[in-house]
Design a protein around this ligand. Structure first.
Ligand SMILES: [Zn+2]
Length: 117
């Protein structure tokens, strides 16, 4: 995974990193942990199976819908829930089934708090 240090991406300071089309942009002073890289690699797998553009469209639509629901919209997005749940499992991508994120669309989010990436 290509990692680029940037002062401008992600645009919001409260997010440490952003994955754009498989390239991982991270603020200059953020420690890039193995866990953070794994989180972003899970997003890349989601993007590849959906096609990059549909991934971002679904991500944005789900975020907008979840803004109107209870809890934190960002951490409730199904792509994020899959990534947060499995980011510490470094073998996850070897056993992950395609479209694994889809099962989180309806599931209740137990980890509804603010995250920083
Ligand atoms: Zn994420």
């Amino acid at each position: 995974m290509k990692i680029v240090r940037s002062k401008y991406l992600p645009p919001l300071r409260r997010h440490a990193a952003i994955n754009l089309f498989g390239v991982f942009f991270v603020h200059p002073n953020v420690a890039v942990s193995r866990r953070l890289v794994n989180h972003e690699r899970i997003h890349t797998a989601q993007m590849r199976e959906l096609g990059y553009l549909p991934f971002y469209v679904i991500y944005l639509v789900e975020w907008l819908v979840r803004l109107m629901m209870r809890g934190n919209a960002y951490s409730s997005i199904s792509f994020e829930r899959e990534a947060y749940k499995h980011e510490a499992d470094f073998q996850y991508l070897e056993k992950r089934k395609h479209y694994a994120w889809a099962k989180y669309v309806k599931k209740k989010n137990k980890r509804n708090k603010l995250f920083n990436h």
